[in-house]
Design a protein around this ligand. Structure first.
Ligand code: RUQ
Ligand code: CUA
Length: 655
C-alpha cells in the first residue's frame, strides 16, 4: 500500500506495519500488538518526513560534475546495480549512487538463509538442464548439486537496444553454466549447463531486435568430441555458444580457434564478437602470450542461421555445432588480428564501434561495425575494419561509455581510469595530430571491469561510472590476509571524472551493469496465480487432495511422508508431526501472508535444513528421517513479536 493510501486510512506506515505483523495470527493478544510495531508518536513523525521517497530521490540529482553518493535515510537510489558475486556464485543487487547492497540472489551457490541448493524448488532449477554425464558425476560424488559457481558477467535482457526489465543472465565459469534470473521476483528460474566447452566466461545478450540469443564463450580449449585428440593439444578448440534466452535451450555452437575471453553483441542484431587470447593453442602462460597478435572473432548470425537451415553442422552431444575455425575459412566467422592477448569487448552505445581492450598491449582496438558486411563479402581485409587503436596506458581491460562520445577504459597495471574521446582517436589513427586522452584518474587498485549508468544500451546517460578494483590493501581497515575488493563510484556527469565513494566487497565483483530504477519493477509478493516456482509441490498436493493455501495435513504413502502446512505469523498450521526413522519426508510450507516483507522460514534442527518462504510462496524440502528423537523446527525470519514461538516438533520414532 502506498504511503498516501495509508494516510487516507488514518494509518502511518509504522503503525500499519505493527498491526499487520500481528493481525495475521489471530491468536496474539492485543497487548502484544504494540511489541511488533511502534504505534507511538515517533512513528507518525517518521511517516510525515519519509512520505515521498520518490520526490526525495530527485534531491540528489545535482548539477553536472557535482553529484554526490549521499542517499539519506528513507531516500531511494536512482539505479539498480546488478553485481556479480564472482566465486561466491551469487548475483548481488546494489543501489547506486549509495552503493548500498540491497539483496543477494543465490544462483550457483548454496545459501544458508534461503535454502538455495537444498530446497526441492532450487534443486529442480539447478539440475533441470544438466548433461546426463554431470547427473552421473553428481550422483557418484554424493552431491545433490554443484556446490559452487563462479559468476562473472551479469547482463539484462534487451528489447530494441535497451533493457526491458524481464531477465538477468550470467555465466558460471567454474561449472560451465548460464543462468537466468526473473526480475519480477529476483529469483533464478533457469540454469543450463553448456556441453562441449570448458570455462564459460564471456556472456552477452543480443540487443536487437531483442534477447533473443545469449552468447556464451567457452574459454579453455579442450578436445571436442569427434574433433580433438586427448593427447594432442594442437587439436583442441574453444566453442562459442548461443543460448535461446526465452527457452534457455542451446540454439547452436560454433567451433573456433584459441581461448575465447570476453564478448559482446552489436546493436543491429547481425554480429557478435569475442576476444581471443590464445591463438597459440598453448597450455602455459608463456606459450599463450608468445604471439604478437591474437584475435577478435566475429560471428555472422544470419550466416550461422542459414548454415543450420542447410544442415551444415555436426550434432555433438545433442547440440548443433558449426565449424568456424580459422583454417576452415567458413562463412560463419572472421578472425581480426589485434595486439597480443585482448581482454574486454565492448560495443559503444551509438551502435557504431566495438572496443577490444589490449591487456598486454597498451592499446584499445576500435572496430567499425558498418564495415563487417564488406569483410564477410571478401571486399576488404580483416584489419580494414579497424578505425582506431589509441595508446591509453598499461593493462587496458574493459571500456565503458557516457553516450556523449567518450570512452572510459580501466588500466589494470597503471591502476587508473582513462577517459578518451572516440572521434579524436579515429582522427589520430588517420594521422591527425590530436590526443584522444582527456583525463586519467587514479583508482585503488588494479581495476578490472567498469560500467556506466545505462552504458551498454542506446540510453547511456553519462551520470555515473563504477570501477571494480581487484585489490584494496591499505584502503580499508585490515581484514587479515584475505582482503576485500574495492568498488569505486565516479561522477562522470561533468567534464572531469571525480571519485565520489568507495566501498569494500566480498569475493568477487567481476562485473556489473547499472540500470535506471524505472526499468526494473519487482513485485512485492509472490503471485499464487503464477506457481512456476512451486509447480511440483502444487502437482503433488493436487494428487493428495490438498489445497496448499489452507493445508494442515500429513499424508503417508508407504515410507513416504508428506507434511503440508501453512505459515501465518506466528504459527505453522502443523505444530507437530510424527514419522518413523528411515521415512522419506517432504515438508511443504505455504506462506499465506498477503503483506509485503512478511517472510517466514522453516529451519529443522539437526537436519541441515533451512528454507525461505516469501509472502504468497510455497517452498518444500525432502530428506530422510535418519535421526531419531524430537527435532524442533522454527521460523528463522523475524516475522512477529511471537516469532520465537513460531515453531513445532518433528518426532522421529526409532526403529
Ligand atoms: S573478465 S577483469 Cu571474467 Cu569479466 Cu575482465
Ligand atoms: Cu515466521 Cu518468524
Amino acid at each position: 500500500m502506498s504511503d498516501e493510501k495509508l494516510e487516507q486510512n488514518g494509518l502511518s506506515r509504522r503503525s500499519f506495519l505493527g498491526t499487520a505483523a500481528a493481525s495475521g495470527a489471530g491468536i496474539a493478544g492485543a497487548g502484544l500488538l504494540g511489541l511488533a510495531g511502534c504505534s507511538n508518536g515517533e512513528g507518525d513523525k517518521a511517516a510525515a518526513s519519509g512520505a515521498a521517497p520518490a520526490e526525495k530521490a530527485a534531491a540528489h540529482s545535482a548539477e553536472p560534475g557535482k553529484q554526490t553518493s549521499e542517499v539519506g535515510p528513507g531516500e531511494l537510489d536512482q539505479y539498480y546495480g546488478f553485481l556479480s558475486g564472482g566465486q561466491s556464485g551469487e548475483m548481488r543487487l546494489i543501489g547506486v549512487p549509495s552503493m548500498r547492497e540491497l539483496m543477494r540472489i543465490p544462483v550457483f551457490n548454496m545459501d544458508s538463509a534461503t535454502g538455495w541448493g537444498r530446497t526441492n524448488e532450487s534443486l529442480r532449477i539447478l539440475n533441470e538442464k544438466i548433461t546426463p554425464e554431470t547427473r552421473k558425476f553428481l550422483q557418484d560424488s554424493g552431491l545433490r548439486c554443484y556446490p559452487n559457481g563462479d559468476l562473472h558477467h551479469p547482463h539484462l535482457s534487451f528489447t530494441d537496444q535497451t533493457y526491458d526489465g524481464r531477465y538477468a543472465y550470467a555465466n558460471d565459469k567454474a561449472n560451465n553454466r548460464v543462468c537466468r534470473i526473473r526480475l519480477d521476483v529476483m529469483k533464478t528460474d533457469k540454469i543450463v549447463e553448456i556441453p562441449n566447452v570448458s570455462g564459460v566466461h564471456g556472456l552477452r545478450p543480443q540487443r536487437y531486435p531483442k534477447t533473443g540469443y545469449v552468447f556464451a564463450n567457452g574459454e579453455h580449449i579442450v578436445p571436442v568430441d569427434g574433433v580433438g585428440k586427448w593427447d594432442d593439444p594442437k587439436t583442441w578448440n574453444a566453442v562459442y555458444t548461443a543460448v535461446d534466452g526465452e527457452t534457455m535451450d542451446i540454439a547452436w555452437q560454433v567451433l573456433v580457434d584459441g581461448n575465447l575471453d570476453n564478448g559482446d553483441a552489436d546493436y543491429q542484431g547481425k554480429y557478435s564478437f569475442s576476444t581471443c587470447y590464445n591463438s597459440e593453442r598453448a597450455l602455459t602462460v608463456q606459450g599463450a602470450s608468445s604471439n604478437e597478435q591474437d584475435w577478435c572473432v566475429v560471428f555472422n548470425l544470419a550466416a550461422i542461421e542459414e548454415g543450420i537451415k542447410k544442415g551444415d553442422f555436426k550434432e555433438v552431444n545433442g547440440v548443433k555445432m558449426l565449424d568456424g575455425r580459422a583454417e576452415a575459412n567458413s562463412p560463419y566467422t572472421r578472425y581480426i588480428p589485434v595486439p597480443n592477448s585482448p581482454h574486454g569487448c565492448n560495443a559503444s552505445p551509438d551502435g557504431k564501434y566495438i572496443m577490444l581492450n589490449g591487456k598486454l598491449s597498451p592499446t584499445v582496438t576500435v572496430l567499425d561495425v558498418s564495415k563487417l558486411d564488406d569483410l564477410f563479402a571478401g571486399k576488404i581485409k580483416e584489419r580494414d575494419v579497424v578505425v582506431a587503436e589509441p595508446q591509453l596506458g598499461l593493462g587496458p581491460l574493459h571500456t565503458a561509455f557516457d553516450g556523449r562520445g567518450n570512452a572510459y577504459t580501466t588500466l589494470f597495471i597503471d591502476s587508473q581510469m582513462v577517459k578518451w574521446n572516440i572521434d579524436d582517436a579515429i582522427k589520430a589513427y588517420k594521422g591527425e595530430k590530436i590526443d584522444p586522452i582527456k583525463q586519467k584518474l587514479d583508482v585503488h587498485y588494479q581495476p578490472g571491469h567498469n560500467h556506466t549508468t545505462m552504458g551498454e544500451t542506446k540510453e547511456a546517460d553519462g551520470k555515473w561510472l563504477v570501477s571494480l578494483n581487484k585489490f584494496s590493501k591499505d584502503r580499508f581497515l585490515n581484514a587479515g590476509p584475505l582482503k576485500p575488493e574495492c568498488d569505486q563510484l565516479i561522477d562522470i556527469s561533468g567534464d572531469e571524472m571525480r571519485l565520489v565513494h568507495d566501498n569494500p566487497t566480498f569475493a568477487e565483483p567481476h562485473d556489473l551493469c547499472l540500470v535506471a530504477a524505472s526499468k526494473v519493477n519487482p513485485s512485492k509478493t509472490w503471485d499464487r496465480k503464477d506457481p512456476w516456482f512451486w509447480q511440483e509441490a502444487l502437482e503433488q498436493a493436487q494428487k493428495d487432495g490438498v489445497e496448499l493455501e489452507k493445508a494442515a495435513k500429513v499424508v503417508r504413502e508407504g515410507n513416504k511422508v508428506r507434511v503440508y502446512m501453512t505459515a501465518v505469523a506466528p504459527a505453522y498450521s502443523v505444530p507437530q508431526f510424527e514419522v518413523n526413522q528411515g521415512d522419506e519426508v517432504t515438508v511443504y510450507v505455504t506462506n499465506v501472508e498477503t503483506i509485503e516483507d512478511l517472510t517466514h522460514g522453516f529451519t529443522l534442527e539437526g537436519y541441515g535444513i533451512a528454507m525461505e518462504i516469501g509472502p504468497q510462496a510455497t517452498s518444500s524440502v525432502t530428506f530422510k528421517a535418519v535421526r531419531p528423537g524430537v527435532h524442533w523446527y522454527y521460523c528463522q525470519w523475524f516475522c512477529h513479536a511471537l516469532h520465537m514461538e513460531m515453531s513445532g516438533q518433528m518426532i522421529v520414532k526409532p526403529k
